[in-house]
Design a protein around this ligand. Structure first.
Ligand SMILES: [Zn+2]
Length: 57
C-alpha cells in the first residue's frame, strides 16, 4: 500500500490511478518509458556498430 499524494488515502501499490480522486501515479509508467527508450537506444547503437563493422571490413 502507498499513500495518494493528492487525497492522502491509502491505495494499492499496483494501481496506477487513485480510485478515490483519479490521481495518476507517474512513477511506474515513467520508469517503464525510460527503460523502453534505453532499450531502443541500445538496439540502435548495436545495429549502428554492426553496420560500421560491416562497412569497414
Ligand atoms: Zn487520491
Amino acid at each position: 500500500m502507498r499513500e495518494c499524494p493528492s487525497c492522502a488515502l491509502p491505495v494499492e501499490a499496483k494501481t496506477s490511478v487513485c480510485p478515490y480522486c483519479g490521481y495518476e501515479f507517474p512513477t511506474t509508467s515513467m520508469g517503464q518509458r525510460i527503460v523502453a527508450w534505453l532499450m531502443i537506444l541500445l538496439l540502435l547503437g548495436a545495429s549502428f556498430y554492426v553496420l560500421l563493422a560491416w562497412l569497414l571490413y
